[in-house]
Design a protein around this ligand. Structure first.
Ligand code: NAP
Length: 494
């Protein structure tokens, strides 16, 4: 089983000892003691840490060129490493380039003291697969565990890297291969299922970009761990990772939920790699809710009816698209006490979310009008339903209404997008209820205007929670821990 090492970055030895004890008490298998981060560190500190937490530690003295803090002379690094190799640390990390001249001596010392050398190499820039393989070979020629870390910028590179790691483990190699950065998180999430030696995790804030938290890493250490995620672009506004991580943690499930910020080619690669990386499913958001339909094997009734998917379930080489936005919007109307039967509703937007909203409104008996920046898309939406839908040109909106309900199904007002009002103030002033599917920030431009004009209003947070809970149930077969998920969403928004 992959061992989880919490990375300890402290600038004093007493603090390092305290943090290490806490991480071990919190369930880390190991701690990585980064000696290079401790001010004025000397051999006495190595001995102190060895007697405090040595038998459960990786001792690392990172050089400046490999990402270390850089205040150690080469002579001091060498002295610390030699001392570490004679103490009861099960692992000592040395560097491929810097420590090559003393590797034979350090290997002899560690053998005598039954420690294992991790020979590591950190690329400072993205590298080709050939270079990564060469570095792995070179590290493995020096010590029993090879560790290669490389920045990763695309899902394709993460997939290639993860495939390489899995193949090398199958060939019997003991290794750690990490893709740095958010795009590389897939390599970390699949470390356990690929049989990598060690998962480096953060006991506090991430020590490296894309590093998993200790809680997540603990859940993923087995071979049967799996991955969920959110596919879209951009993803900065999304609360889904926080919500689903909280759900997985509350039930102690061996999965994680990652942000997959991909272009269309990246989405294709991810689908093709889902079996190998044990991806059980993912949510789909802007702008792929409609375009993904073509790539899936099967659709459920709601997704088929509106031609938009927000949840994909992956199983045994088979993909099925669902639309839990429909469920989420319907339930949110109930929890807000909004009756829409025979009421006049204006929907702004004609994308995937708008389709889900219109679908529910028509089923509930509302009379629906749609306005969208691109008129042709509004017409296409109207054509997709049997019931009549009025198409309103955007420039005529200010003379429209009054509406019983106005729903914003565009990203206007959401973090990362223009903070413009999706409808003129005149429309908001006369609206019976204003509903923004946006929820981040909680006071979008539309909701702030509704508040100022004294109109009842709600954000899309309840809808988000209900659709998330339904997706969670589809992927895990478990009853979703909605309270924990709601708490996580509110915390992420605060
Ligand atoms: N609360 C929830 O649970 C929930 C669920 C689903 C979606 N949402 C939110 O709803 C929004 C729409 O999502 P989606 O999946 O439907 O996206 P989508 O399929 O890409 O559709 C986006 C829609 O917004 C319009 N739009 C985009 N930028 C615009 C701008 N600058 N000015 C005017 N209109 C603009 C688009 O118009 P064009 O056709 O002219 O491009 C299109 O109608 C997103 O912000 C999403 O986060 C929330």
């Amino acid at each position: 089983m992959t061992r989880v090492a919490a990375v300890i970055l402290a600038d004093g030895v007493a603090d390092a000892e305290r943090q290490a004890r806490m991480a071990l008490a919190a369930g880390a298998d190991l701690v990585e003691l980064r000696l290079d981060r401790i001010r004025d560190v000397g051999v006495g500190d190595v001995r102190r840490l060895a007697s405090a937490v040595g038998p459960r530690s990786i001792l690392t003295v990172r050089s400046a060129s490999q990402g270390g803090s850089g205040h150690l002379t080469e002579a001091r690094r060498s002295e610390l490493l030699k001392e570490a190799c004679t103490r009861p640390f099960p692992y000592v990390d040395i560097e491929l380039e810097r420590d090559r001249p003393r590797a034979a001596e350090l290997a002899r010392l560690t053998r005598r003291h039954r420690a294992t050398l991790i020979v590591s190499h950190h690329f400072s820039r993205p590298a080709g697969l050939g270079q990564v393989r060469e570095a792995l070979d070179a590290c493995a020629a020096i010590g029993p565990i090879a560790k290669v870390v490389v920045p990763v910028e695309t899902i394709d590179s993460a997939v290639e890297l993860g495939d390489l790691a899995r193949t090398e483990v199958e060939r019997g190699r003991r290794l750690v291969v990490i893709g740095m950065g958010v795009a590389g998180m897939l390599t970390r999430a699949s470390a356990g299922s690929a049989g990598q030696e060690i998962q480096y995790a953060s006991a506090g804030p991430p020590a490296a970009p894309g590093q998993l938290s200790l809680a997540t890493a603990k859940r993923l250490r087995g071979r049967d761990s799996w991955v969920l995620g959110l596919v879209g672009h951009p993803l900065g506004h999304s609360l889904s990772p926080a919500i689903h991580e909280a759900g997985l943690e509350a039930l102690g499930l061996p999965g994680t939920y990652l942000p997959f910020d991909v272009d269309a080619a990246g989405l294709e690669s991810l689908l093709a790699a889902s079996d190998r990386f044990r991806i059980r499913g993912f949510n789909v958001t802007i702008p792929y809710k409609e375009s993904i339909v073509e790539a899936l094997d099967e659709l459920d009734g709601d997704a088929e009816g509106i031609g938009a998917v927000n949840t994909v379930v992956v199983g045994d080489g088979w993909t099925k698209g669902h639309n839990t936005d429909v469920f989420g919007f319907r339930l949110s109307l109930r929890s807000l006490g909004l009756r829409v039967g025979e009421r006049r509703v204006l929907v702004i937007g004609a994308g995937g979310a708008a389709k889900a909203v219109v679908h529910v409104l028509l089923r509930e008996g509302a009379s629906v009008a749609v306005a969208n920046r691109t008129a042709a898309r509004a017409e296409a939406l109207a054509d997709a339903f049997d019931e009549p839908i009025e198409i309103l040109p955007v420039e005529r909106l200010d003379r429209s209404g009054p509406w019983d309900l106005v729903v914003n199904a565009t990203p206007l007002g959401t973090k990362g997008f223009a903070a413009d009002l999706p409808v003129p103030e005149a429309v908001i002033a006369k609206a019976g209820f204003v509903y923004d599917l946006g929820y981040n920030p909680p006071d979008t431009a539309l909701l702030a205007a509704a508040k100022r004009l004294g109109r009842p209003h709600a954000s899309g947070l309840e809808m988000l929670l209900h659709q998330a809970a339904k997706s969670f149930e589809l992927w895990t077969g478990r009853s979703p821990p909605v309270d924990a998920m709601r708490r996580a969403a509110k915390e992420a928004l605060s």
